[in-house]
Design a protein around this ligand. Structure first.
Ligand code: FES
Length: 286
């Protein structure tokens, strides 16, 4: 079973036809995320964690509950219908949060994300049809439509899990970096850190982004928490380091996320100078 499912995800990841679906989605909905406010809200930057995994519990939970009440008979019809409608309503913000993450993916993750979205949208359409069928007195048809929708949601959930756990979408890309607990000398001298751009330095096994902020040298992990972009090759904009890959902005004062798609702050390092050399160590939590 596991091998068959793995092959299926690989097959989906290799379907160029899904790129056309993705391009159309981007054309229609991509501009929604041009606003920093919308982008930060939908990604979950304010939460410090991707928002989509939290929201998916609402449609899945309410639809599963509704399905269970459908099985329990006539006394539970009103409660089943209420849960069904609540799930339909909650599916809309859930889809927006997923879309916000998806617009900054490429290649296999984008194709699998497109398939995930198509399955969930088909499930939403079936649940909407179920609401209408139930209101018109066709309860048996409504139950059948909801049952088919739950099957689609389960398949979509598998693809969503594959995106996160196998392909690392939404995962903090510094999560497995051991902290530099001792002061470690970098290979970049203080005089080589410019005023208006970040640089990449090496400290032991770790790559560090060095920049100047308010006259001081500051240091952060050079691997962007969003998807691993090289922050030392980015730019400095309005007191923030901007990632060259998807434009996430991190405050140079404390590493907090100012602009999505990143949701996790950038790990910060303490800095001290020793004879013109820069030494860093992992900053202790404030
Ligand atoms: S890797 Fe995506 S914003 Fe940095």
């Amino acid at each position: 079973m596991a091998v068959a499912l793995h092959r299926l995800t690989q097959w989906i990841a290799q379907r160029p036809a899904l790129d056309k679906v993705g391009d159309t989605l981007m054309w229609v909905l991509g501009p929604t995320f041009n606003s920093r406010l919308v982008k930060n809200a939908a990604n979950g930057t304010w939460l410090g964690h991707p928002l989509h995994p939290l929201l998916v519990t609402l449609p899945i939970g309410t639809w599963a509950g509704s399905g269970l009440l459908d099985l329990l008979g006539e006394d539970n019809e009103q409660a089943a219908d209420t849960l069904l409608t609540a799930g339909v309503i909650s599916a809309l913000p859930t889809a927006m949060a997923g879309l916000a993450q998806w617009v900054d993916t490429y290649g296999p993750p984008r194709r699998i994300g497109a398939a995930h979205a198509m399955a969930n949208n088909a499930a939403l359409a079936l649940q909407l049809a179920s609401v209408v069928a139930r209101r018109q007195g066709h309860r048996g048809l409504g139950k059948g439509l909801s049952c088919a929708a739950l099957g689609l949601v389960s398949g979509a959930g598998y693809l969503g899990g594959h995106l996160s756990y196998a392909l690392g979408v939404g995962v903090d890309h510094t999560a497995f970096h051991d902290p530099l607990e001792d002061w470690t000398t970098t290979d970049v001298a203080a005089a080589a850190v410019p005023d208006d751009a970040p640089v990449t330095a090496r400290a032991g096994e770790r790559q560090i982004m060095l920049a100047r902020h308010d006259g001081e040298i500051v240091a952060y992990d050079a691997v962007c928490t969003h998807a691993g972009g090289p922050l030392g090759e980015g730019t400095i904009v309005d007191g923030c380091g901007r990632c060259p890959w998807h434009g996430s902005m991190f405050s140079l004062a404390d590493g907090s996320v100012v602009e999505a798609p990143a949701t996790t702050p950038q790990p910060r390092y303490d800095v001290r100078l020793s004879g013109g050399l820069i030494e860093v160590r992992a900053a202790l939590p404030a």
